[in-house]
Write a protein of this length. Structure first.
Length: 220
């Protein structure tokens, strides 16, 4: 018997609905941006709008929860990467895990919601773990010395959303989704090969600053 089943059928159903809502919100955000409607999210999750509002009072609250969970997932993936004795394998698995989770889908809500204390604390922890993961790979000589943590974060954001996957979901072509996911894995693998040390040509321009993330989340 699973923990959800021991808590009772109603609570187990509520937990399933919540997981479905959060996954649907990530997918709808990736396709429609911050203006995604709660109706579209509920429909994608296969639940009624009433169920959504019983769990989250506002769309902003839903996005805050989604953001916090996303940062916590980032930290957990970094921890697993650091637990891998192979610095390159740990970093590469981190990138693949975060891309497939859809980490980049939250970019559109930056600056549109208040950053809660829980979100801030989770972000600080994830930054420390991710920084340690990148430093370890660079120190081991397996990551190009000119690649920064911000470079990798931007890469994950770019690949965390997929126009092909979004289009297939809209078309209801579930039969093609596995092939599209595999195609993205191949592209990410190609990109990862370009990150390996020593690299052939220097990267253009100077390294991007963390302002690309911190200032996007600041509200006027």
């Amino acid at each position: 018997m699973t923990p959800s089943e021991r808590r009772g059928p109603r609570q187990a159903e509520a937990e399933r609905n919540d997981r479905a809502l959060l996954q649907a919100a990530r997918e709808v955000l990736a396709a429609e941006g911050a203006h995604a409607s709660v109706a579209a999210i509920a429909a994608r999750a296969g639940v009624g709008i009433g169920s959504l509002y019983r769990r989250y009072r506002t769309k902003k609250e839903l996005f805050q929860r989604l953001s916090q969970l996303s940062v916590e997932h980032w930290a957990e993936a970094a921890e697993r990467g650091l637990a891998d004795p192979d610095p390159w394998s740990g970093l590469a698995d981190f990138v693949v895990t975060c891309v497939e989770f859809g980490q980049g889908s939250l970019g559109p809500v930056a600056g549109t919601i208040e950053v809660t204390e829980a979100m801030r604390e989770a972000s600080e922890r994830s930054d420390r773990l991710f920084g340690a993961l990148v430093d370890r790979a660079r120190g081991a000589g397996v990551l190009r010395p000119d690649v920064t943590a911000v470079d990798l974060t931007l890469l994950i954001e770019q690949f965390g959303t997929s126009p092909v996957l979004d289009q297939l979901r809209k078309q209801g072509r579930d039969d093609l989704l596995p092939e599209a996911r595999q195609a993205r894995r191949r592209i990410v693998a190609l990109v990862l090969e370009g990150l390996r040390s020593p690299g052939t040509d220097p990267l253009p321009g100077g390294p991007p600053s963390a302002r690309l993330f911190t200032e996007r989340w600041a509200r006027d």
